[in-house]
Design a protein around this ligand. Sequence first.
Ligand code: MG
Length: 163
Amino acid sequence: MKDLNMKEICLNLLVSRGVELKDISEIVYDLQKKYVPDLDLKTCDDAIHRVLDKREVQNAILTGIELDVLAEKKLLSEPLQTLIDNDNPLYGIDEILVLSICNVYGTIGLTNFGYVDKMKPGIIGRLDEMGKKTDKCHTFLDDIIGAIAAAAASKIAHNAITK
Ligand code: MG
């Protein structure tokens, strides 16, 4: 399978789970606007695309979303089914899985991820709420989106520093 196909599969998967590129762009913009005065949404979109080009990011997206979907369909074995379906705070593997995304552009990504994980801006908060109040499972998805946004923000930060 070619990398281009993998990226398209991931973008389609995100859309199928209710996440558009612009939702992630808004978070990236908010994270970086203080530091990059001439920042626009196009620059944020481009940074997200560079993040999505990375194989380790694609693998994390595929794996995490698959587990969310299987949990929704009640197809996992116990006790994993309940841990993931209930987004158990002591599970923690959702945050661990996406570290591979956070770190693609260095350690600023980790700081940014910690921030969005706590603040749950925009689509992340909406996914979190939906996961709690409906039969949707977003245990991995909210962290995946937070990590993509965090990595894209650190890419922009690095570019701004080296300009
Ligand atoms: Mg989570």
